[in-house]
Design a binder for this molecule. Structure first.
Ligand SMILES: Nc1nc2c(ncn2[C@@H]2O[C@H](COP(=O)(O)OP(=O)(O)OP(=O)(O)O)[C@@H](O)[C@H]2O)c(=O)[nH]1
Ligand SMILES: [Mg+2]
Length: 475
């Protein structure tokens, strides 16, 4: 473990001017350094978790910087686990810089990104998965992302992992015992019990890896590309979804040339909607560039809304859709065909006709386009839109709830769990093949290694650096 003998300082609030700003000072020398810039009551006599009014002076020039409020957190009951002082000052950028400079002149070192949290990890206040969750919590933009990060900050995921590790350690110790007595050719570890425990643990690991897609939906949000021939109402739908006049709407086909993105929260998830240029054969150079962009976004989005305007001839529109599905068949499973402008039809809620597929379809919101299943929507009245988003939210999250279920959302965790599952499968295979205890123990150790990498029980300075440099300075 690396040691931190320096005392670090940094502004913890966002850069720029605000009502107040907070500057953090943490390390064994925090109180001694603070005394050099402080005039007020004696900080060495303060109780932990108390707040004090006083003044900050530059230790080199003696000039008055600001009247502030200082809070002391004594080790180990602080965020970092070290003595920490938080200085709340007036929020000008100048004052923030001067106070930080004063602390550095008094002996502190400027903190790097995530260095406070890195110390919290090194001092055993939190594990690595919790540290990463703190970064996610700060970045969370939707309720789902927030719930997920909060549950991981509290250590729910870490607890689930610890349970798995304990069970594995149990197995390992039985096998190690056998190895100690290898001369005698005894089996302490009942192979059937061993195999069933290994299968249990593998199932639990597989459940976690399977939750990754849902976790991603909560953490990153869901990208939906809106496509179709010109004038089908794509930009109108984008504006409706974004509650904003983002894109120009007109009755002239070919209005949108570029892709236009907008974000909004629905059902606790962040949705990113991407309006695209209407797809058609054209010789217009710019329009063609826009169409190429549109096709790229169709391929990269999580879902595609394909709009068909039922007030216009259907055949050319469905022909184009089929053409694109032939070119990019991978879109099919993520495609929603939407009959737009339902409000302009004679009877938007007409019952389903014979030719329409009726499996789990609500007649009020659906219709068919030829043999293609489609749903009716209207960006004028909102018909069919919320139901559609709610279905997508359920589908993307597999109806999991981050406040209740343990989910993973981090690529590093996903990779480690995938490796752990591989090792466990090797273990199961080795047991089936009746291989000796030392080989089984080897696979167990590998599994433990991969699980340990998630919480940081096993780690390297490189991994830590790559994780903590993603934090902001002051956290
Ligand atoms: N009645 C009705 N009209 C709509 C609806 N959505 C769009 N429109 C009209 O359809 C026309 C085209 O709308 P846009 O949103 O610009 O269509 P677009 O698909 O973005 O068109 P391009 O950018 O040219 O590809 C406009 O006159 C809209 O007012 C709807 O839900 N109901
Ligand atoms: Mg448009």
């Amino acid at each position: 473990m690396e040691m931190s003998d320096t005392t670090i300082a940094a502004v913890a609030t966002p850069p720029g001017t605000g009502g107040i700003a907070v500057i953090r000072l943490s390390g064994t020398d925090a109180v001694r350094i603070f005394c050099k810039v402080w005039k007020g009551s004696d900080p060495t006599r303060w109780k932990s978790h108390t707040v004090h009014l006083g003044n900050i002076f530059d230790p080199a020039t003696g000039s008055h910087v600001d009247e502030v409020v200082a809070t002391l957190f004594r080790a180990p009951a602080s965020y970092t686990g070290e003595d920490t002082i938080e200085i709340s000052c007036h929020g000008s950028a100048l004052i923030q810089n001067q106070i930080t400079a004063a602390l550095i002149k008094a002996g502190a070192t400027a903190a790097g990104p995530g260095e406070f949290t890195r110390r919290a990890f090194l001092n055993g206040r939190i594990d690595l998965a919790q540290a990463e969750a703190i970064a996610d919590l700060i970045a969370a933009e939707s309720k789902g992302a927030h719930d997920l990060a909060l549950s991981q900050t509290k250590g729910e995921f870490s607890k689930a992992l610890a349970t798995l590790r304990d069970r594995l350690l149990n197995l390992a110790s039985l096998l190690e015992l056998e190895l100690d007595f290898s001369e005698e050719d005894v089996e302490f570890a009942d192979r059937t019990a061993l195999a069933s425990t290994a299968a249990d643990i593998l199932a639990a690991v597989d459940r976690l890896t399977a939750s990754y897609e849902a976790g991603q939906a909560f953490r990153q949000g869901i990208a939906i590309a809106i496509a179709g021939t010109p004038n089908t109402g794509k930009s109108t739908l984008l504006n409706y979804l974004a509650h904003d006049d983002k894109a120009i709407v007109s009755d002239i086909p070919g209005t949108t040339r570029d892709t236009i993105e907008a974000e909004a929260e629905y059902h606790g998830l962040k949705f990113r909607f991407i309006d695209t240029a209407g797809l058609r054969e054209t010789t217009d150079k710019i329009e063609n560039l826009g169409i190429n962009r549109a096709i790229e976004r169709l391929r990269s989005a999580n879902y595609v809304f394909w709009l068909i305007d039922p007030t216009q001839p259907i055949e050319p529109q469905t022909a184009l859709l089929r053409h694109h599905l032939d070119a990019s068949p991978e879109i099919t499973s993520r495609l929603y065909i939407l009959a737009s402008k339902a409000d302009a039809l004679p009877s938007p809620t007409a019952p389903c006709s014979e030719s329409i597929p009726t499996t789990d379809i609500d007649c009020g919101e659906t219709s068919g386009i030829g043999d293609l299943p489609a749903r009716q929507i209207s960006s004028r009245t909102g018909l069919g839109i919320d139901g559609l988003l709610s279905e997508i939210a359920r589908r993307s999250t597999a109806s999991l709830d981050p406040a209740r279920d343990t989910l993973i959302a981090n690529a590093r965790h996903f990779q480690a769990l995938t490796h752990a599952a591989d090792s466990l499968r090797h273990l199961t295979d080795a047991m089936t093949a009746g291989l000796p205890a030392d080989l089984l123990a080897q696979h167990l150790r590998e599994t433990l290694h991969h699980l340990g990498a998630i919480t940081g029980a096993i780690t390297t300075p490189d991994i830590l650096t790559s994780i903590f440099t993603r934090f902001c300075i002051g956290k």
